[in-house]
Design a protein around this ligand. Structure first.
Ligand code: GLY
Length: 434
């Protein structure tokens, strides 16, 4: 019969999770809630509408569908306590409870944890609405460049890297004036860390830390890292500039953080995502997330040789120490194809063509992010429509970066929808180019 898995979320990360889980011989069925146009077409998989931030609704769905494992994709359900609810109902859940998810849900909590446990990160101070003047005073003392962050979840939009003090002051005011709602009622002022970014994700079950392959994400919307921040416009794995010493330092930070959480009586079972800056003094933590990265997952999972379902179930059941992960030697590159206007407002409902043609290229996987299936009557034109800002992830796995970049972009060229755009420089850094 096989395991029945419920995957919460509907982005590119969840499509990658669903594809890898459905490929496991241990898995009999996958429900993607709500899923997207890509998950709908995966073997063994069905999409289902669900209020994924409502613990009671998720538990009811899991019980009705005899689910053996719930895998939580995005951060919001974790912060809302969905994993606590599922575990309390006796169902294994991959994802930390609300207390652990604070490592992403409250930047002030994450900074406090790092300070208490001497985990390397930039210095920072947090201010509430009544402390606006003190926040401005600190900006005056520290000067630019400086980073201003809304404390809570702001869908990747609550961070300003200010190279100019006026921009930093405006960012503080924006947060405290309510632009990000409750998420910005506390604002953090952080030291600017200089250096390349690298993400190291790890499966964590208590004090057991099982690292996944490092990846490097491109957060800015435009070529050459120009323009506003996005959820991520492309990514590659592994990261050649991470040498043995940097990798060991990042891994030590991940272990120290798992230990810190355990020492503070937080039972953490899920992914711990370490966002690092490789500074001249060694890797320092920029941020932690409590979930798989998006689009990092779309290059990490295609390189994973081991059975994902087995690893996630073992983590959810507190048996992660039994698991070893194997990786293919090939590299992976993923280019995000987005809707015109993203990360600002954009239109949806545009017919997409070329997905099957792209998937015929050797080593290519197309992961859907913001897509949905067209109603049957319109399906003659195109079965898949745009439904989000980031629409598709074109992932290519090849023996080296030059080949992977060439194949990924050959795939991108086969895709067409009105307003499609993408960065043209993804993974060039892996070749030592800007
Ligand atoms: N790609 C960045 C993130 O997942 O937060």
């Amino acid at each position: 019969m096989g395991m029945r898995v419920l995957v919460l979320g509907g982005g590119g990360r969840e499509h990658a999770l669903v594809r890898s889980l459905a490929a496991s011989p241990l898995v009999g069925a996958v429900i993607a809630a709500p899923g997207n146009g890509g998950t709908a077409g995966e073997p063994k998989t069905a999409n289902m509408p669900l209020a994924i931030e409502d613990p009671a609704a998720v538990v009811a769905c899991a019980c009705e569908n005899a689910i053996d494992l719930v895998v939580v994709g995005p951060e919001a359900p974790l912060v809302a306590g969905v994993a606590d609810g599922v575990r309390a109902a006796g169902i294994p859940c991959f994802g930390p409870g609300a207390a652990g998810a604070c490592i992403e849900g409250s930047k002030a909590f994450a900074k406090g944890l790092m300070e208490r446990h001497t985990i390397p990160t930039g210095r920072s101070r947090s201010f509430s609405a009544g402390e606006r003047e003190a926040a401005h005073e600190l900006l005056g003392q520290w000067g630019a460049p400086v980073v201003v962050k809304a404390d809570g979840l702001a869908a990747g939009k609550g961070v300003t890297v200010a190279f100019d003090l006026d921009i930093a002051r405006a960012a503080v005011d924006e947060c405290l004036d309510g632009r990000f709602g409750e998420a910005g009622s506390t604002v953090l002022i952080e030291e600017y860390l200089d250096g390349p970014e690298c993400s190291l994700l790890a499966l964590v079950d208590g004090r057991t830390v099982l690292p996944l392959a490092p990846a490097q994400d491109y957060k800015r919307v435009g070529d050459g890292d120009i323009g506003p921040n996005t959820g991520g416009m492309g990514v590659y794995s592994p990261v050649p500039l991470v040498g043995d010493a940097e990798y060991a330092a990042m891994l030590a930070v991940m272990q120290a953080t798992a230990d810190a959480l355990a020492d503070e009586d937080i039972a953490y079972r899920g992914v711990l995502y370490g966002g690092f800056i490789l500074t001249a003094e060694g890797p320092k933590v920029l941020e932690f997330n409590a979930r798989f990265g998006d689009p990092e997952t779309q290059v990490v999972l295609p390189r994973l040789k081991s059975d994902l379902a087995e690893a996630l179930l073992a983590c959810a059941e507190g048996r992660l120490a039994e698991v070893e992960l194997e990786w293919v030697p090939e590299v992976a590159v993923s280019v995000v194809i987005a809707s015109e206007g993203y990360p600002g407002p954009y239109e949806t409902g545009k017919p997409i063509s070329g997905i099957e043609a792209a998937e015929r290229l050797p080593g290519v996987s197309v992961y859907h992010a913001g897509t949905r299936l067209a109603p049957a009557a319109a399906a003659a034109d195109s079965a898949v429509l745009t439904a989000g800002g980031r629409v598709l992830n074109m992932t290519a796995v090849a023996s080296g970066f030059e080949a992977a970049i060439a194949v990924a972009y050959a795939g991108v060229e086969r895709i067409s929808f009105e307003g499609a755009f993408f960065r043209r420089d993804i993974a060039r850094r892996a070749l030592g180019q800007p």
